[in-house]
Design a protein around this ligand. Structure first.
Ligand code: ATP
Length: 457
């Protein structure tokens, strides 16, 4: 049985040390989450897989790590200041607060509302009698724009001249460094710049656990190409994303769906957008967005900064502003998709229940657990653990009976349990148990490293 109930998953992740409530000992901070010893491992493995696939091992791309706080003119030019807001509506009766667009989308999934004015959105809500989901009344305030960027001050004096914003996306840091990167790497178009890091959005309705939070991490690629290039770079990157999902992180292809945005739904800067959506336990939601941004961003920064951001092709002497394809994904959303597809409850032949976290091979926090069956084997087992730690992500587990230890490792997704028992001294073998099948094999200790390397490939 896989997970349909979000609370069960959250409890599991909390109790096993993947994700904790943020600021818990002070009563928590709404919708903030901390990643525990296992959460930080899987998160860092996920990020490094993305980095390897989209940056390090990709023939076209290079990486960047730009600041979270940028000159505020960046946000003026990009259009975020003034335009990066959501439509906020309150229920006058129970004071519940909603994003008007999401309220409509959830109740009328087939309606296209992009481009609607705030007045039109309210009219849709009233005409279609979308009552307050909390109290059931149809008595709303007018809709107003709610600025999503977090504002703060830089320097000792907090006044209008020192206002800065936390970035709501990592992408703009890439656009403003386009020339620096191109000059220093001598890259020729087409090439891409990848970046990962924290972004901040003062979301009106954060929730669904780590799906929508106010502080989150993004992994974004901006891929620059000649607008006259006949190659379909959009399809190329969409395809790469799908290969990454299927082959790198083994996302269940039955659970994700490719949705092309209708023309009316496109953002003002986008020529084409595809969302990859995932069937989360709470319903379908956006996982990864792939967008053709034209030359919108470079043009905006060229105008705003008065710097020449044109690319000169030294072979043809052609001068132009490159077009951009942007695949953009949130680390935590991807994690939630992986967590929810991996949590499985199995009924065993003896009538007992086993929770097994079938995390993808490349993401499980521990690849192996070393388990001495009895105290007498502790020293030998610890020695083996230390040896294997050099090459594998390993944990040493000595508490509880063997059944309990297997269950514990199953629940955190450990791929193989290696048990040292009475016979190990004599036959120089250990028992290796596989997580998903629970099948056991006796393997020579001298062969163990090779055996595991083959299995974990
Ligand atoms: P949504 O419609 O869900 O608010 P969006 O279309 O505004 O998302 P983008 O601006 O395209 O999202 O951001 C790119 C990616 O960043 C999203 O596909 C998602 O994976 C992630 N992301 C965006 N906002 C959040 C958030 N508040 N919390 C977690 N991840 C987010």
């Amino acid at each position: 049985m896989s997970i349909e109930n979000m609370d069960e998953l959250i409890n599991h992740l909390k109790s096993q040390g993947f994700v904790f409530q943020g600021s818990e000992i002070y009563g928590g901070l709404a919708n903030s989450w901390d990643y525990g010893p296992l959460g930080v491992e899987i998160k860092s493995k996920l990020k490094s897989l993305w980095w390897k696939y989209f940056v390090k091992k990709n023939e076209f791309n290079v990486g960047l790590d730009s600041s979270i706080i940028l000159n505020d003119n960046v946000w003026k030019s990009s259009g975020h200041i003034g335009n990066f807001n959501d439509p906020l509506i309150d229920c006058k009766n129970c004071k519940a607060r909603y994003r008007a667009d999401k309220l409509i989308e959830e109740n009328l999934p087939n309606i296209v509302i992009s481009g609607c004015t705030l007045e039109q959105l309210k009219a849709i809500i009233l005409e279609n009698k979308i009552n307050c989901p909390k109290c059931g009344k149809l008595d709303y305030t007018d809709i107003r724009k709610f600025e999503l960027m977090f504002k703060t001050y830089q320097g000792v004096i907090a006044d209008d001249s020192s206002v800065v914003h936390l970035r709501p996306e990592t992408a703009q840091g890439i656009f403003i460094n386009f020339k620096n990167v191109q000059r220093t790497t001598r890259k020729k178009i087409p090439f891409g710049i990848g970046q990962m890091g924290k972004s901040f959005r003062n979301e009106i309705t954060p929730g669904n656990f780590i799906f929508r939070t106010r502080e989150f991490e993004q992994m974004e690629l901006e891929f620059f190409f000649n607008p006259n290039d006949s190659k379909d770079w959009f399809e190329y990157w969409l395809n790469k994303v799908i290969i990454f999902l299927n082959e790198e992180i083994n996302l269940d292809s039955k659970k994700y769906h490719i949705r092309h945005h209708e023309r009316e739904e496109l953002s003002h800067y986008s020529k084409k957008t595809v969302d990859i959506e995932f069937d989360f336990p709470f319903g379908r939601g956006e996982l990864w967005g792939i967008s053709h941004r034209g030359d919108f961003d470079l043009k905006a920064h060229q105008n705003g900064s008065k710097q020449n951001l044109m690319y000169l092709d030294t072979d043809t002497n052609e001068k132009y502003l490159p077009n951009v394809i942007e695949p953009s994904v949130g680390v935590e959303r991807l994690l939630l998709a992986i967590f929810s597809q991996s949590y499985v409850e199995e009924l065993l032949d003896d009538g007992t229940k086993r929770i097994v976290f079938k995390l993808p091979k490349k993401l499980a926090p521990y690849q192996i657990a070393i388990i001495p069956l009895q105290k007498q084997q502790n020293d030998k087992a610890y020695e083996l653990f230390n040896e294997l730690l050099t090459d594998f992500d390993a944990v040493y587990d000595i508490t509880g009976n063997i059944g309990k230890r297997y269950r514990r490792q199953d629940a955190i997704g450990t791929l193989y349990c290696i048990t040292i028992d009475f016979d190990s001294e004599a036959d120089k073998k250990v028992t290796v148990r596989e997580r998903d099948t629970m099948q056991q094999e006796r393997i020579l200790i001298s062969e163990l490293k090779n055996y595991l390397e083959q299995k974990l490939k």
